[in-house]
Design a protein around this ligand. Structure first.
Ligand code: SAM
Ligand code: SF4
Length: 335
């Protein structure tokens, strides 16, 4: 088991498939992009599948989420998904993507065994999209979303980050759009994980504000917090609204900063260059690539992975005066 010294057990593995991206969201990357990891440092598909297999068959991982950077840019993605879903016990699989290219690839990903997707979408206004993502690709994202639903990658979830003075007005329209199409919308508080270090505690839009932005248009009723488990989203029922399939409509608000859920965290991360991070905000990583390439056996790699989890801190400490942003930005860690 991947247990830490606070009694938490990691069962949810987030795998970053690349640090590259075809968008430049302002809360994530600078306009010029980043210095990408050199190819020889990246795990190849076989190395990646070996580590995933060790996680699933020896260490109790039951859920794999592929992310990045933009995971759809990884050429071997269908094969990686197929290799993962062939494992016993079969883990659940999900993909977090900006949706560009999904219109074309969704059927193949479903065929390979992918269970569901989260698509990031911060606005429905093409101009605001371009301002935020620095690319004019809104239509690609919308067609990607529709293709994912069509391919049965459900429930399709939508992730939204609100930026003050940029897209906060988009919140009610996004919820309307998602309810009408059966997509489950989750707002995520902006976190200090951008490469440019532009995040400010005093200007970020809080979970409470997100609730207030939706309230004039929707009647939100909190669901039973006791059932939240390790899920980070605080889930609300949207009273009087149903998804097209008849389920009661919901919206999630993830207060990563103001309502941290570190106490029930069940996540562990593997970067595209083979480093284990026991927390998004960890300042240290544990290298599994070197032992892997030096011929270590599965048992030794599993031991190193277990050791990497033991030092997981109780919380991210964003509100501590001593907080230091991790050296790697979100796009290189795997969001
Ligand atoms: N490129 C893919 C995408 O955008 O969905 C996957 C990687 S991205 C880093 C994963 C998620 O992290 C996205 O939903 C994105 O909106 C979110 N994200 C990126 N930077 C963030 C930040 N500083 N604070 C909160 N969420 C962030
Ligand atoms: Fe790319 Fe995702 Fe970062 Fe946007 S949030 S720049 S889509 S990695």
């Amino acid at each position: 088991m991947l247990a830490d010294s606070y009694g938490r057990v990691a069962t949810d593995l987030r795998v970053s498939l690349t640090d590259r991206c075809n968008l430049r969201c302002t809360y994530c990357m600078p306009p010029e992009g980043l210095e990408w990891l050199p190819k020889p440092e990246l795990l190849d598909d076989d190395e990646l599948l070996r580590l995933i297999s060790i996680g699933v068959t020896r260490l109790g991982i039951t859920e794999i989420r592929f992310t990045g950077g933009e995971p759809l840019l990884r050429r071997g993605l269908p094969g990686i998904i197929a290799g993962t879903t062939d494992l016993h016990p079969r883990p659940r699989t999900a993909l977090t993507t900006n949706g560009i290219g999904l219109a074309r690839t969704a059927p193949a990903l479903a065929e390979a065994g992918l269970d569901r997707v989260n698509v990031s979408l911060d606005t429905l206004d093409p101009e605001v999209f371009e301002q935020l993502a620095r690319r004019r690709r809104l239509d690609d994202v919308l067609s990607g979303l529709a293709a994912a639903a069509e391919a049965g990658l459900t429930p399709v979830k939508v992730n939204t980050v609100l930026m003050r003075g940029v897209n906060e007005d988009s919140a009610p329209a996004l919820l309307r759009f998602c309810i009408d199409r059966g997509y489950e919308l989750r707002f995520i508080e902006q976190m200090p994980l951008d490469a440019q270090h532009g995040w400010r505690r005093d200007t970020m839009i809080t979970a409470e504000e997100i609730f207030d932005l939706l309230e004039p248009d929707f009647d939100l009723q909190t669901t039973d917090a006791k059932n939240r488990g390790s899920a980070p989203a605080e889930l609300f029922h949207v009273r009087g609204e149903n998804f097209p399939d008849g389920r009661a409509a919901t919206v999630g608000i993830i207060g990563s900063v103001t309502r941290p859920f570190c106490g029930t965290c069940d996540r562990v991360r593997l970067t595209a260059d083979g480093q284990i991070r026991n927390c998004l905000f960890a300042r240290e990583e544990s290298d599994l690539r070197a032992p892997l390439r030096e011929g270590a056996g599965d048992a030794e790699i599993a031991e190193r992975w277990i050791a990497a989890m033991a030092g997981k801190l109780p919380g991210h400490g964003i509100d501590d005066p001593s907080f230091l942003q991790p050296t790697r930005p979100m796009s290189a860690i795997g969001g």
